[in-house]
Design a protein around this ligand. Structure first.
Ligand code: DC
Length: 438
C-alpha cells in the first residue's frame, strides 16, 4: 500500500507520516530528506545551488538510501543531522527545483516504495511521484500556525515572526517553480490542521485508511514525467513479435539456450557480446517468460520499423556520441522496478567475429540500481548474419549465461569478459552446462 502525504513546508507532514507509518507497519519515506541530502553534498563540494546540470550530476552520483529507522544515508553514511542545518534549509528549494535533480530522485523514490509500500511524505508525492497512491492527504495550516509550531519545536518562541516570513518565502518558491510545483491534488483528502494535534491528524487518517474509503482516481502523470514512466509490460507488439521470433529461432536457427537459471528474477543487467542484429531477439527468446529490454543505439531508431519496435518494446535509446545521462537514468529506473535489461558493452556489432573492447560505462546502471549482472555469451549469429550482409542465413544460434556478478566488484567488467570468453570457448567445444530450450 502507498499513502502519500503532501502539503506546504512545516505543515506537520513528517511527524504525522512517521506516526502513521508506524501504526500501519509500513516504511516511512521522507522524500524531502533526499533533496536535502543532494543539497548537502552540493554545498560541501562548493557547487552553486543554481547550477542545474552540476546539481543533477551530484544527484546522479551519490547513493541515497534509508536505514532500518527510515533515516537517510548518503553513500552509506548517516545524513542526519547535517541535512537539517540552516544552510541546507536555505538552499534546498533552489536545488529541488532543478529538473535534472528530480529526474534522478523521483524514479528512485518510486523504486523504494515499489518494494514493500510506503507512507511517503513531501510536496509532489500526491501529484507526480505517486499519482496512483492508495490514499492521498493534503495537510494545510496557516503560515502563522506553522511558524509557531516550528518555533515551539526549536524552543525559540521569539523567532516565530522570522519563521513565518521564511515559510511564506519557501511556499512561494515551491509553488511557483516550473517542475512539480506544490499543488493540491484534486483527489487528495484535505486536512486543516490549525486546530489539531498531530495524534488527532493521525487518528483521522487511520480512520480513512482502515475504513477503506474510496481509493482516489489517479490523474494523468505530468508530461515531463512520462519520459521516465518506464513501466513496460509484455504488450501486444512485444508478444506479436515474440510469436514470430519463437518460430524463426526454433525452425530456422535451431536455437539453444544454456543455463538460463543463472538469470535471477527481479532487476538484472544482462551483459552480452554482440555479433549481429539477431542477438536482441535471441536473448529475449531465451528468457521468453519475462520481458527483456535493451539498451540500443539511438541511431537504430531512425529506421521507422525498428524505431516503432524499440519504442513499443521498452528499449532505452542511447546516444553513443555523448555521455547520455538520460539513457542511464532510464535504464536504472527499469532495473529498479525489476526489469531485465540487456546491454552490449562493445557498443556495436563485431566486424570480424572477435570480441571487441568493453566499455566500462555499461555497468554503471547495475551499480547504481544495485542489481546483479549476468554475463551472456552468444555464438553463431555472426555466421548467420554478419554486418554488411543484406539478409540472414539459416544456421545454429547458441547462447550461454554465466553466474551473477556483484556490480560493486572493482573488476566486474573484467569478470564479465572472462566469463563470456570462457562460455564461448565451451560453446565452441560443445562442453557447456545445462541445456534449457531448443
Ligand atoms: O519537507 P522538507 O522541508 O524536508 O523539504 C525540503 C525541500 O525539498 C523543500 O524546499 C521542498 C523540497 N521537496 C520537494 O521539492 N519535493 C519533495 N517531494 C519533497 C521536498
Amino acid at each position: 500500500m502507498i499513502i502519500a502525504i503532501d502539503g506546504p513546508a512545516a505543515s506537520g507532514k513528517s511527524t504525522v507520516a512517521r506516526a502513521l507509518a508506524t501504526e500501519l507497519g509500513l516504511p516511512f519515506l521522507d522524500t524531502g530528506a533526499m533533496y536535502r541530502a543532494v543539497t548537502l553534498v552540493v554545498l560541501r563540494r562548493g557547487i552553486d545551488p543554481a547550477d542545474g546540470p552540476a546539481c543533477g550530476g551530484v544527484a546522479d552520483e551519490i547513493e541515497l538510501d534509508f536505514d532500518a529507522g527510515s533515516r537517510i544515508t548518503i553513500d552509506g553514511e548517516p545524513g542526519e543531522p547535517a541535512i537539517r542545518s540552516q544552510e541546507v534549509t536555505a538552499h534546498v528549494s533552489a536545488v529541488a527545483a532543478h529538473s535534472s535533480v528530480r529526474a534522478t530522485i523521483v524514479p528512485h523514490q518510486r523504486a523504494i516504495a515499489a518494494g514493500g509500500g510506503a507512507v511517503a511524505e513531501g510536496r509532489d508525492t500526491t501529484t507526480v511521484v505517486f499519482p496512483s497512491a492508495d490514499f492521498k492527504f493534503f495537510l494545510v495550516a496557516t503560515p502563522r500556525t506553522r511558524a509557531e509550531r516550528r518555533a515551539r519545536e526549536e524552543g525559540r518562541l521569539e523567532a516565530a515572526d522570522e519563521y513565518e516570513k521564511d515559510l511564506e518565502h519557501r511556499d512561494a518558491l515551491d509553488s511557483s517553480r516550473a517542475d512539480s510545483p506544490l499543488r493540491e491534488a484534486e483527489d487528495a483528502r484535505r486536512i486543516e490542521t490549525d486546530a489539531m494535534r498531530p495524534d488527532e491528524v493521525v487518528a483521522r487518517m487511520l480512520a480513512i485508511v482502515r475504513g477503506g474509503g474510496e481509493p482516489p482516481q489517479p490523474p494523468a502523470p505530468a508530461v515531463e514525467e512520462r519520459a521516465f514512466d518506464v513501466r513496460v509490460e509484455r504488450g501486444l507488439t512485444y508478444r506479436f513479435l515474440m510469436f514470430w521470433v519463437h518460430l524463426g529461432y526454433t525452425w530456422i536457427w535451431r536455437m539453444r539456450a544454456y543455463d538460463t537459471g543463472h538469470v535471477p528474477s527481479g532487476g538484472v543487467l544482462i551483459v552480452s557480446n554482440h555479433q549481429s542484429y539477431l542477438d536482441i531477439p535471441l536473448i529475449a527468446e531465451a528468457l521468453r517468460k519475462r520481458h527483456v529490454g535493451f539498451v540500443a543505439r539511438a541511431s537504430l531508431a531512425k529506421s521507422r520499423v525498428l524505431g516503432f519496435i524499440m519504442r513499443h518494446c521498452g528499449s532505452v535509446l542511447i546516444d553513443r556520441g555523448r555521455g547520455d545521462h538520460r539513457a542511464l537514468r532510464e535504464t536504472v529506473a527499469h532495473l529498479r522496478q525489476g526489469d531485465a535489461m540487456t546491454i552490449f558493452p562493445e557498443g556495436t556489432r563485431t566486424r570480424d567475429g572477435s570480441i571487441g573492447k568493453f566499455q566500462g560505462g555499461a555497468l554503471l546502471a547495475a551499480r547504481r540500481a544495485r542489481v546483479p549482472i549476468v554475463p551472456c555469451a552468444i555464438r553463431g549469429s555472426f555466421t548467420a548474419w554478419p554486418p554488411g550482409r543484406k539478409l540472414p542465413r539459416a544456421g545454429r544460434l547458441e547462447l550461454a549465461f554465466g553466474a551473477p556478478i556483484d556490480p560493486r566488484a572493482k573488476d566486474a567488467l573484467e569478470q564479465c569478459r572472462a566469463v563470456i570468453e570462457e562460455r564461448l570457448a565451451q560453446l565452441e567445444a560443445g562442453t557447456v552446462g545445462s541445456l534449457v530450450g531448443e
